[in-house]
Design a protein around this ligand. Structure first.
Ligand code: AMP
Length: 238
């Protein structure tokens, strides 16, 4: 029996509503597969905190739960993928995108740069679950660790278990902003599910985090995502 092997997954997109669990899954995948985690939300928050021109432009959109304009986002990612950590030893561009693309024009920009995804992992979660998750979410501005006041409370309330920094309730994790972000997700990001149908795998993101991760990891393994550049080089020439 012959079977067509899918293209090895070097460029991976994590797709899902805000709060679907993309960040948690991404952190685990970085360790397992040695991919660079490109989170546009984290990059923008860093730019806002540093007061860069991008941060100043982005802040108002982010606080309102709206998307930052495409041209700013496309420029941000175009610069980021040039960094050495996105190149495997064979020169192949490898990354795990989290939060980008979020619109059809952003997906077009990726394709035009010959950086379209080999694999899209879509974490599907109901809006009601997302609202419960995000209203209680607390984030560490020091190391990025996520907590939840009910489901994953820190040992000392308000303090990060890992680095001792005071946790924050992000301004865009307030209920009004969450509902706007969900509306933006369905209207602007939803069409990407159809756009990427040929390379998209759906995972039930409402499962327990460990089960979500197990399914994502087995999907990546079955799609040839590997940590070792030497193995990758061998498979590229065989
Ligand atoms: P996130 O942490 O991924 O939920 O992103 C937080 C906020 O950053 C979003 O609500 C948007 O305002 C902005 N943002 C992040 N990624 C993008 C993107 N690809 N396009 C437009 N806005 C974005």
């Amino acid at each position: 029996m012959s079977s067509v092997q899918p293209k090895p997954a070097n460029r991976i997109i994590l797709l899902g509503a805000p709060g679907a669990g993309k960040g948690t899954v991404a952190k685990a995948l970085v360790d397992l597969f040695g991919l660079s985690h490109l989170s546009t939300g984290d990059m923008l928050r860093a730019a806002v905190a540093a007061g860069t021109p991008l941060g100043v432009q982005a802040k108002g959109f982010m606080d309102a739960g709206a998307l930052v304009p495409d041209e700013l986002m496309v420029g941000l990612i175009a610069d980021r993928v040039q960094q050495p950590d996105c190149k495997g030893s064979t020169g192949l561009v490898r990354f795990l995108l989290d939060g980008f693309p979020r619109t059809l024009p952003q997906a077009d920009a990726l394709d035009q740069s010959q950086l379209g995804p080999d694999l899209v992992v879509y974490l599907e979660v109901d809006d009601s679950v997302i609202v419960d998750r995000l209203c209680g979410r607390r984030t560490c501005p020091g190391c990025g660790s996520p907590f939840h006041i009910h489901f994953a409370a820190p040992k000392v309330p308000g303090i990060c278990d890992r680095c001792g920094t005071a946790l924050v309730h992000r301004s865009d994790d307030q209920e009004d902003a969450i509902r706007k972000r969900l509306e933006a997700f369905h209207r602007q990001t939803g069409p990407l599910v159809g756009r990427y149908a040929s390379c998209l795998v759906k995972i039930d993101g409402a499962l327990a985090p460990a089960d979500v991760l197990t399914q994502v990891v087995s999907t990546l393994r079955s799609r040839g995502a590997i940590a070792d550049d030497a193995t990758q080089a061998a498979s590229a020439v065989s």
